[in-house]
Design a protein around this ligand. Structure first.
Ligand code: TEU
Ligand code: CA
Length: 597
């Protein structure tokens, strides 16, 4: 049971909280572990792997949606919030998973998808039945305008964001698929229904919510046309960070969240730093933290998502530093590259090598904020060599391919190359457990192809290899819970080194030695009651140096770094190979963390 706590709590930026001090592991249940041979992952499969997660050092699990769904968008289209998806098992299976996870000291965070429901949800079935049904205003219905859609908004999954409904002769809004009608959050009855459902899950004892596109629940007044990009105006322009979103979240906090000891993270598409300070404010009046998407948008070229533009390291340093510096002390940050919507970071930012996976993990996990590990990331799982469009299962990829090629906006072959690089299905191929058929994920026919490299990249092999990506993730996760380092890793301040290397994403300037190296320090003052100078001296400073390139680089070490008093905390090369000079020689993808005093 999530502890029932009535007293008003302010988290403050330095207030100690369990969701600041632990790593969150995200499971995409459909692809994690199939226990009954139907080719689809399920809850009992997850339960059978809790020991693996414990071995990794995980104490918080985020489950992508497990509720009843027709799976038009793999569970992000919910038909009943208080029932389990048939393919995933039963409510008894969920209760058993929750109980066993809690016995093992693992909390479970649910995926709350309340910007929209499935069109098969009873609410929508009633709402669409007649114009005067008492649930009509649970959704966003509009008359045609001059015989056309009410505005020029486009769905995130291609096509118009409006679907004509013959029964009542009106359009309804769907920012995602036509089977995902948007809820009308202006209707207090909708908010009552959502808050009641959330309370129902909290009373079952879950430990928090990841809130799907929660920044989109309040639409712009009047639903005005937006700027056109391609065939439509992306609906994000008319929905992100809308006029009442903070009002609704503060109401949600008052009526539900503040009553339980929960972790809450908003998936806030389109969020800016300024907006994040409101969503994740340290007074705790809304959410604990948010996912921002600026850094994972840095490799978007003229083709938007469907483009292959290398991610600029200087631009990445600049962006992550902005979020570290701006939120420090006023809001809590989340740290991620991977999730079920993003291609595998080892293929996107690394070179698919285990060393690059470890380097990227070091760069991310030693920043201030809660790190998120997506299933398989800890193994260094890579993008998948999909072939034709028939290999894909993701509605976003399939719809984009059809729309863009049929409209003659993109050539099939070059578009397919971009889809292979960016498709969400890269993250959704089955978890690679061992080198047996189907990577040990299922004894049946998997719902999506298994990445052929499962014969070498798999959990069984990596658990047995002390130098594996798994064991590297295990030790950096353990450091976060190590009393010697936890304080500085979780709560220490952040400063980028060699800031002059931060350049705009547009810069065509080839990376020089500095620019490919992402180096920063973390500092935590000592607790001694003495003077500020004393506390500064008694504090701990970490130096994190990551060569995010496949070339040997050198890095000019700041003058104030005294190597003779430095202690190596971790790294992906043996200490014997480190030569500590003023010009630090770094091998390709080398990462290391030192304590400087
Ligand atoms: O994602 C919202 C969202 O913005 C993503 O679709 C993202 O923009 C895109 O995939 C990046 O290219 C959330 C869920 O994480 C996603 O899986 C759902 O499909 C979507 O909402 C609708 O619920
Ligand atoms: Ca199954």
């Amino acid at each position: 049971m999530a502890r029932n706590c009535k007293e008003k709590r302010s988290f403050g930026s330095t207030a100690r909280r369990w969701w600041k001090e632990n790593v969150v592991y995200q499971i995409y249940p459909r692809s994690f572990c199939d226990s009954n041979g139907d080719g689809v992952g399920d809850l009992n499969g997850i339960r059978s792997k809790l020991g693996y997660l414990k071995e990794l050092g995980i104490h918080i699990l985020w489950l992508s949606p497990v509720y009843k769904s027709p799976n038009d968008d793999n569970g992000y289209d919910i038909a009943d919030y208080r029932a389990i998806m048939d393919e995933f098992g039963t409510m008894e299976d969920f209760d058993a998973l929750l109980a066993e996870a809690h016995q093992m000291g693992i909390k479970i965070v649910m995926d709350l998808v309340v910007n929209h429901t499935s069109d098969e949800h009873q609410w929508f079935v009633e709402s669409r039945s007649s114009r005067d049904n008492d649930k009509r205003d649970y959704y966003i219905w509009r008359e045609a305008v001059d015989g056309h859609e009410p505005n020029n908004w486009g769905s995130c999954f291609s096509g118009s964001a409006w679907e004509w409904d013959e029964t009542t002769g009106m359009y309804y809004l769907h920012c995602f698929s036509k089977k995902q009608p948007d809820l009308n959050w202006e209707n207090p009855k909708v908010r009552d229904e959502v808050f009641d459902m959330m309370t129902w899950w909290c009373e079952k004892g879950i430990d928090g919510f990841r809130m799907d596109v929660i920044s989109m629940i309040s639409k712009k007044e009047g639903l005005p046309d937006g700027p056109v990009e391609g065939l439509y105006s992306p609906c994000m322009y008319g929905t992100c960070n809308g006029p009442h979103v903070h009002e609704y979240l503060q109401e949600m906090n008052r009526r539900v969240l503040s009553k339980y000891d929960l972790m809450t993270v908003g998936e806030t598409a389109g969020v800016t730093v300024e907006e994040a300070k409101k969503y994740a404010n340290a007074e705790g009046t809304e959410l604990n933290m948010v996912f921002q998407f600026e850094h994972v948008g840095l490799d978007e070229g003229p083709g938007g998502k469907w483009s292959i533009t290398p991610m600029s390291i200087p631009a990445l340093k600049e962006n992550l530093t902005k979020w570290e510096k701006e939120l420090d002390g006023v809001a809590w940050n989340s740290l991620f590259f991977c999730n079920h919507d993003q291609p595998r970071v080892v293929s996107r930012l690394g070179d698919n090598s285990p060393q690059s996976a470890k380097c990227i993990a070091t760069m991310l996990h030693f920043m201030q904020g809660t790190p998120y590990v997506y299933q398989g990331e800890e193994l260094g799982m890579t993008n998948c060599p999909f072939g034709s469009i028939e290999d894909y299962r993701d509605i976003e990829s399939i719809n984009a391919y059809r729309e863009l090629t049929e409209a003659g906006l993109r050539q099939p072959e070059e578009l397919l190359e971009c889809i292979a690089y960016k498709s969400r299905d890269n993250a959704r191929t089955p978890m690679q457990w061992d080198d047996s058929p189907n990577a040990g994920f299922t004894t049946g026919q998997p719902w999506i192809m298994v990445n052929p490299n499962y014969t070498t990249i798999n959990a069984a092999a990596e658990l047995a290899d002390p130098d594996s990506v798994f064991n590297y993730y295990k030790q950096i996760i353990a450091l976060r819970q190590d009393s010697k380092w936890s304080d500085v890793i979780v709560y220490g301040s952040y400063d980028l080194l060699a800031p002059e290397a931060g350049r705009s994403a547009a810069s065509e300037v080839p990376l020089d030695g500095n620019e490919a190296v992402f180096a920063y320090t973390r500092h935590r003052e000592g607790r001694s009651p003495g003077s500020a100078a004393r506390r500064q001296k008694d504090g701990v400073t970490l130096l994190v140096v990551c060569n995010l390139s496949d070339q040997a680089r050198t890095f000019p070490v700041p003058e104030n770094v005294q190597w003779d008093s430095a202690e190596l905390v971790t790294g992906n090369v043996p200490q014997a190979d480190l030569t500590l000079t003023r010009e630090l020689a770094l091998a390709p993808w080398q990462a290391a963390v030192w304590a400087l005093n």
